[in-house]
Design a protein around this ligand. Structure first.
Ligand code: MGD
Ligand code: MGD
Ligand code: MO
Length: 702
């Protein structure tokens, strides 16, 4: 069937196939084909021609039509009609919604608190620049609202990469088949990045060994040649000990080090302190395993080190990423396809973000509010955020009442009677329940967008395939209307979506050459103007101040941090917090459930099925607590508690538990989820969250 075609008479055909992009927060950013018959989407599939999508979609996005046409889709504006948080709403017209919201926001802007009392709250419900980073940002910039520091996922690891290689740029997955050693280090590829898996398999077919380094024996680890069950938050210690062995045995690439790195002598001195014997008790990995891993890494020609964001959700996450990022330079793996490290490919893209977001519209410098401190910002403004109290919260593309850390404080904030909350949503989420106004938003099938990717190097266009459902509107349209109703007449706030896309592509950046609107319209996706596979640092060219891979970082020193790679223990670690660990001896990881995308898809029946929150424990940890398979258990620490059903076995290492996440609290039996136990503490770099740096105790429920 022709794609996007009309028939020969020029009439609309009965069935059309529209090219799109998966909007979700995932490295794979798939190119999709949506079949539309009589105005209704009837099929979604992965584009078979797209080299990375390879014609298949994940478990979740295969259900995207079910989600789009879900009986609970929000299709009309809703005004709160009961006590806050009761979830009682009445339908309203767009006119009433916009008039009342505009009046309220204008009142707050002109009050003594001023515009910074308005806080936007958004993250990656859609990764698209149009619906997540264009008119919305212009709107908040122009009114001078507080700015949100969007740290909840990647800022820590990105900062770690910046310190060592200069930017969050990584090795190209398309080179992976030529790798001879693949380390899936702190990443659950089959769940979180499934389209990388065919490349991993090709590497393995070509003879590579594939090793998972993860406290959990994930479905990915099960498919690997080896699983190394590391203690959470100790990866830097393992990497330091590997470098100890590599240098001691002369397995380094002396000429790469000489030409392209800074601080090699200091690094050599530092790693001398990190014998495998020292790292073994810290990492929980036997000495001989560390030595063998180091030798294999040192002797490999093109080792591919795939890390992902799970690894950096610990107090020392920035230092861990920075330290791991030294490895490919020590051994010169960057030189060859299939070698290097990948946390993200995101920074290889250079869309014109200034044109998209218009930071120049800001009237004054504004305060930055860290999104992971939402609970604190709403309830304890004097505790650190400073400035006026938050009086209005405008949430879109995010579900903080489920996903933000220290949930009980977030909810206390959302419950404030004097807080005016507007939520733009596709569904009545936990967060939407706390709103004064809920505004119905379109899905990816109903709006335009353009996407970068953080796991490959193709830009992708999303064309609307169907008309908006009911009265739903794209985020952009909602902000355009709100701006007009508030009397903001700046033309940047009235640009249409296609003009926004064209503006985002209007750049002199060499990598974006050929990524034009016309090319995207024709094919749906375009590879960046870089070689395939892309070898970002084969000949050095690091983006650090020195232009070298910085083993020694003056920037770290200026921040008061160790300028050399080191091991920074988690905030909640038995050796450094023995009293806390005596009370709460288990480290709780809350990695996403295979069928969920953070808190998205939790309400899709076919994906949730009869599932309930589960807590996975090692059988020894279960036995000493009298916990048996299937028992209802409570997970608790000083911040809060939640319950689930115990799953007992050996798929986690001892001392670690896993609560596959992120549940909608309204779909759990106790109205809570794992984020009732997580903290608002920050990582060492990038002010990121520490979701997996979380000591708890687990007991049988009464
Ligand atoms: N199906 C699905 N796919 C997703 C998502 C989803 O929710 N569902 N989320 C998307 C998003 S937003 C992101 S950021 C990415 C995240 O992608 P990943 O980082 O791959 O995912 P996580 O499950 O958070 O963490 C990966 C693994 O790290 C392990 N881990 C935790 N702590 C440590 C540690 O200290 N050291 C080591 N070595 N391993 C550790 C966990 O046990 C987990 O198996 O995935 C994206 N893809
Ligand atoms: N304990 C624990 N907590 C975690 C994590 C974890 O692993 N463990 N993962 C963390 C990570 S990595 C991340 S990235 C964050 C994710 O946090 P969020 O970015 O908040 O992600 P989601 O929970 O998927 O919620 C996104 C919401 O956006 C809505 N949405 C989607 N598209 C649109 C749109 O076009 N318009 C509007 N208005 N709304 C839209 C969806 O319906 C959904 O409710 O969560 C973090 N929280
Ligand atoms: Mo994320």
């Amino acid at each position: 069937m022709a794609i996007d075609a009309t028939d020969e008479t020029g009439a609309e055909p009965v069935a059309r196939v529209i090219r799109g992009a998966c909007p979700h927060d995932c490295p794979d950013c798939c190119a999709t084909l949506v079949t539309v018959e009589h105005g209704r989407a009837t099929k979604i599939q992965g584009d078979p021609d797209h080299p990375f999508t390879q014609g298949f979609l994940c478990a979740k996005v295969n259900r995207y039509l079910e989600r789009t046409y879900h009986k609970d889709r929000l299709t009309t504006p809703l005004r709160r009609a009961g006590p806050k948080g009761s979830g009682t709403f009445e339908p309203a017209t767009w006119n009433d919604a916009l008039t009342e919201i505009a009046a309220k926001l204008n009142t707050i802007r002109s009050s003594s608190d001023g515009p910074q009392a308005i806080l936007p709250y958004s993250y990656a419900g859609t990764m698209g620049y149009v619906q997540g980073g264009s008119i919305d940002r212009r709107f908040f910039n122009l009114i001078g609202a507080s700015e949100l520091d969007r740290t909840i996922c990647s800022s820590c690891g990105s900062a770690g990469m910046q310190m060592t290689v200069g930017a969050n740029i990584g090795a190209d997955g398309e080179g992976l088949p030529r790798s001879d050693l693949v380390l899936l280090w702190g990443t659950n590829t089959l769940t979180a990045n499934p389209h990388l898996w065919p490349y991993v398999r090709k590497a393995r077919d070509n003879g590579a060994t594939v090793i998972a380094i993860d406290p959990i024996r994930t479905r990915t680890a099960e498919q690997c040649d080896e699983w190394i069950g590391i203690r959470p938050g100790t990866d830097a210690a393992l990497a330091l000990a590997m470098m100890h062995v590599i240098f001691a045995e002369g397995l380094e690439d002396a000429s790469y080090i000489e030409q392209h790195t800074l601080g090699a002598d200091q690094l050599r001195e530092r790693v001398k302190e990190w014998s495998p014997a020292r790292a073994a008790p810290i990492t929980g990995i036997p000495e001989e395993t560390i030595v063998s891993l180091a030798r294999r890494y040192g002797r490999a020609k093109s080792a591919f080190l795939r890390i992902n964001y799970g690894l950096q959700r610990h107090g020392g996450g920035g230092m861990a990423v920075r330290t791991l990022a030294c490895l490919p330079a020590v051994c010169g793996h960057w030189r060859r396809p299939g070698g290097g490290i990948q946390l993200s490919t995101g920074k290889t893209f250079q869309f014109n973000k200034d044109a998209l977001m218009r930071p120049d519209l800001k009237p004054n410098p504004v305060r930055l509010v860290n999104m992971i401190l939402l609970g604190q910002a709403l309830t304890r403004p004097d505790a650190g955020v400073g400035g006026p109290p938050v009086k209005a919260l405008v949430v879109y593309n995010s579900n903080p009442a489920a996903v933000a850390p220290d949930r009980s404080e977030v909810v206390r904030g959302l419950a404030r009677e004097d807080l005016f909350t507007v939520v733009l949503e596709q569904f009545q989420t936990d967060t939407a329940d706390w709103a004064d106004w809920v505004l119905p938003a379109t899905t990816q099938l109903e709006h335009w967008d353009v996407h970068f990717a953080y796991g490959h190097l193709y830009a992708t266009l999303n064309r609307p395939a169907i008309a908006p459902l009911g009265d739903a509107k794209p985020n952009t349209e909602i902000f355009r209307l709100l701006a007009r109703t508030m009397g903001l007449d700046h033309p940047a706030l009235q640009e249409d979506d296609v003009t926004v896309i064209k503006g985002s592509l209007d750049t002199a950046a060499a990598c974006m050459k050929g990524v034009t609107f016309d090319a995207l319209m024709e094919k749906g996706w375009v590879h960046l103007n870089v070689p395939r596979p892309y070898l970002p640092f084969a000949d050095g060219g690091f983006l650090t101040p020195s232009g070298k891979c910085e083993f020694y970082s003056e920037r770290m020193q200026a921040m008061g941090l160790d300028p050399l790679p080191n091991f920074t223990p988690p905030h909640e670690f038995p050796e450094t917090s023995p009293e806390l660990a005596a009370k709460y001896p288990l480290t709780l990881i809350s990695s996403p459930r295979h069928q969920f995308l953070n808190s998205t898809f939790v309400n899709v029946d076919s994906l949730r099925k009869d599932a309930v929150p589960e807590i996975v424990l090692h059988r020894h940890d279960a036995a000493v607590r009298g916990i048996v398979e299937g028992a209802r258990v409570v997970v608790a620490n000083d911040r809060g508690s939640f319950s689930g059903i115990a799953r007992v076995g050996e798929s986690v290492r001892e001392g670690v538990a896993n609560a596959p996440s992120v549940w909608w609290t309204k779909l759990t039996s106790d109205g809570k989820n794992v984020n009732d136990t997580t903290s608002q503490r920050e990582t060492d770099l990038g002010h990121g969250p520490v979701f997996y740096d979380n000591l708890v105790e687990i007991s049988v429920a009464d």
